[in-house]
Each structure stands twice: as structure tokens, then as C-alpha cells.
Design a protein around this ligand. Structure first.
Ligand SMILES: Nc1nc2c(ncn2[C@@H]2O[C@H](COP(=O)(O)OP(=O)(O)OP(=O)(O)O)[C@@H](O)[C@H]2O)c(=O)[nH]1
Ligand SMILES: [Mg+2]
Length: 199
């Protein structure tokens, strides 16, 4: 993946701290530890841009990154992961309303990049979340992460199973930041969602 010009903009814990809604935005959403921050780094070709960690629940704030695409600048937003049981209850309770209000109210949000671990497939949260996004008309790109952890013959089966379970129109990407599989394809889908071609 070639290096894109990308810079950290700001972290925010609440709407008062969000940056002005001026650029098209794609938000990266998924279970804690699924690989959101790693994929942002891989898509931009900048290893240290978003902070990654083996410890689930690392990203606790919304983090904005500005990425220069070939056409125009856009924002990638790294959202805190859900489903991490060890984070204390109060903190968890504050996440969901924040994320839901961000997703439903952000004027410049063009799409959500939803990540799932290829080995786990959709779980209760994704089965809830996908229809929630559809009901709000928020376009969705689905990628299944850590594909390097599954043998090749099982990857396609996992992708097809997820597609069916979530009633997706398009095949999810099987992506790996270790091998680079589909990182470029996922990025193209993200950039296309940020700048939809006029029909
Ligand atoms: N093998 C493999 N490991 C990966 C891949 N992507 C991420 N990881 C690892 O998974 C762990 C979590 O990655 P992060 O990118 O920090 O995950 P996150 O979704 O941002 O996590 P939170 O911020 O805690 O919600 C790290 O140890 C990464 O190195 C991948 O494609 N393959
Ligand atoms: Mg993270």
C-alpha cells in the first residue's frame, strides 16, 4: 500500500470536542481488538498514525484523521470498540449513546467501515448494528479482519456465511494487515464512499 498523506486531527470524548463537520467522513466501527486502528494505519500506509494495542479497549475516544485522497481530503474516524467486557460499566454505558448520536447526527458521515474478526463472524452486536445502520440509510462497507489467521480455503466460507447472516448485498472483504490482503481494495471502497460518483 502506498503511503498517503495522513495526519492526526483531534481526539474527542463528547460532541463538544468533535471537529467541524467540513470534510466527508468514514467511521471505522467494530468490536474491541478487531483491528480498527491497525487497518487505518495499513490503509494510509502510516504505521504509527493510529495507536494499536494488544490490550482490548485501547481506543477510548473518537479519533479523527485527515487523509489526502487523490481527489480531495477526507476524514477517517477511529471509534472506540464495543463488546469489551472488562471495561468498567460506567464507561461502557457512556459509549453507546455517544457513538449512536455521532453516527446518526454527523452531517458529513458518508459511510461506516464495519470490521469483524473473520474467525468469529457476526455476533449479536453486528446482527443488531447492521439493520440499525440500514434503517438510517448509512452506507456500509464490511471487512473481515485478521484473514491471515484462517487458511485460505476457510476464508471464503467465512465471508459467504457473514454475507448471508447479515443479508449484505456485497461480499465483505477478507482483509489482513499482516499479508496486505485486500487492504487496497478496502481503502478504495472507503474513498469511493467518501466521494460517491455522480450517477
Ligand atoms: N494477525 C493479525 N493481527 C492483527 C491484524 N490486525 C490487527 N491485528 C492485531 O490485533 C490487535 C488489536 O489491533 P488494534 O488495531 O489495536 O485493534 P482495535 O480494533 O483498534 O482495538 P481497540 O482500539 O481496542 O478497539 C493488535 O495486537 C494488532 O497487531 C491482522 O490483520 N492480522
Ligand atoms: Mg483502536
Amino acid at each position: 500500500m502506498s503511503r498517503l498523506r495522513a495526519t492526526f486531527v483531534i481526539s474527542a470524548a463528547d460532541p463538544a470536542g468533535f471537529p467541524a463537520a467540513t470534510l466527508p467522513e468514514v467511521a471505522v466501527v467494530g468490536r474491541s481488538n478487531v483491528g480498527k486502528s491497525s487497518l487505518i494505519n495499513a490503509m494510509t500506509g502510516q504505521a504509527g498514525l493510529a495507536r494499536t494495542s494488544r490490550t482490548p479497549g485501547r481506543t477510548r475516544l473518537l479519533n479523527w484523521f485527515r487523509v489526502e485522497t487523490q481527489s480531495k481530503p477526507m476524514h477517517l474516524v477511529d471509534l472506540p470498540g464495543y463488546g469489551f467486557a472488562e471495561v468498567n460499566r460506567d464507561l461502557r454505558a457512556s459509549w453507546q449513546p455517544l457513538i449512536e448520536s455521532y453516527l446518526s447526527e454527523r452531517e458529513t458521515l458518508k459511510a461506516v467501515l464495519l470490521l469483524m474478526d473473520l474467525r468469529r463472524g457476526p455476533e449479536a452486536e453486528e446482527l443488531d448494528f447492521v439493520p440499525w445502520l440500514e434503517a438510517r440509510g448509512i452506507p456500509m462497507i464490511v471487512a473481515m479482519t485478521k484473514s491471515d489467521k484462517l487458511p485460505k480455503n476457510q476464508r471464503m466460507m467465512a465471508v459467504m456465511a457473514a454475507k448471508k447472516q447479515l443479508s449484505l448485498r456485497r461480499d465483505p472483504f477478507a482483509v489482513s494487515v499482516q499479508t496486505g490482503e485486500n487492504v487496497e481494495a478496502t481503502w478504495r471502497a472507503v474513498a469511493n464512499a467518501a466521494f460517491p460518483k455522480a450517477r
